[in-house]
Design a protein around this ligand. Sequence first.
Ligand SMILES: Cc1ncc(COP(=O)(O)O)c(C=O)c1O
Length: 400
Amino acid sequence: MHNSILEKFTVEPLQQMRDSHTYRTMRLIESPEASRVTLRTTINEAPCEQILLASNSYLDLANVEELKQAMAKAVLDWGTGSGGARLTTGNKTPHQKLEAEIAKFKGEEAAITFNTGYMANVGTISALCGKNDFIFSDELNHASIIDGIRLSKAKCLVYKHNDLNDLERVIAEAQKSVSDFRGLIVTDAVFSMDGDLANLPELLRIAHTHGCLLMIDEAHATGVIGHTGRGLAEHYGCEHADVTVGTLSKAVACEGGFVVGKQQLIDYLRNKSRSFIFTTAMAPAVAAAACNNLKFIDAHPERVQQLQENVKFFCECLRYEGLTVPQTDSAIVPIVIGDEAAALNASAELQQRGLLIPAIRYPTVAKGQARLRASLMATHTREELKRAATVIAQVIKSTN
Ligand SMILES: Cc1ncc(COP(=O)(O)O)c(C=O)c1O
């Protein structure tokens, strides 16, 4: 009886996913996150070494000895868990220090941390906006932004990707429809599947001309964009967005999300954001580790610059091999294939040849836009990148 009810919910959707090549499985990696990893393909086969061109750990900090030692010490100092929500007993010294460090790194008044970047987006948007508000959202925004918008119940107008004329058009439409207008523009800073950047100076101009708040999500920008990795404001040499979200799980190589901005914004979120209030605080040792990793980035801007040089070099190699890749200032290099099955085949063939680059498919990207999503690390060597570009070109030509 029980099983047949479960089947009603699951059998058909699972079959549909299998039929459309969108059914997901997980790879098993048997070594720490680094530029080379040990991959277990099947239980019967020996694990094999792969060059990892798919990590969000852009600065390759997850396995740095001094940072691991610092995290281990933090566990000894602070134990394994926080034991309570931030507003009850969970708020420990490392949480406070982390927030001060994030605000300093980002050059903002104050910061608040969440347990994940996902929770930061969901909790911030739903705290700021309600059903009478308008949210203007780039069509390629991350799922956590979309989920935050849904939770807020605000009226959402989606504008074409990075099309600021279209943004102004939807704002004008919304402003005409009500007398008491409140609007939030929200966008990824670096688009996670395309690697392109939002135009912060223009977005600021539009937001402030039309009396909107501007929120950007710097998940893939922190530690990557700008000469010292501080993000879009550093890259463009402009002021900050009103609300900047980020994650500690990518270039910072730890866990957690954050929001930075004016003290008033942070005080508001501490009181209103449900994904901040109704959850146990991150383990203090995790907060201490994130803080140490951020300080490491601050002390090693050359690592950010090495990443930027690697991206430039890799794109040149791919173009030399005859592949079309967009201009990118981020660490994400999309190689669009189109067909879901072809992208999967290419990724599998690359794996056979020692390169780990996943195929990204619907629903993460639009149907027919399946791609290899390469992401680079500061520690990839020129030899690795050159060889990778040659192999990718060979595989794409042979699987097309
Ligand atoms: C643009 C963007 N925002 C937010 C997140 C969520 O961050 P986290 O992994 O810390 O939950 C991600 C990816 O995970 C992302 O790509």
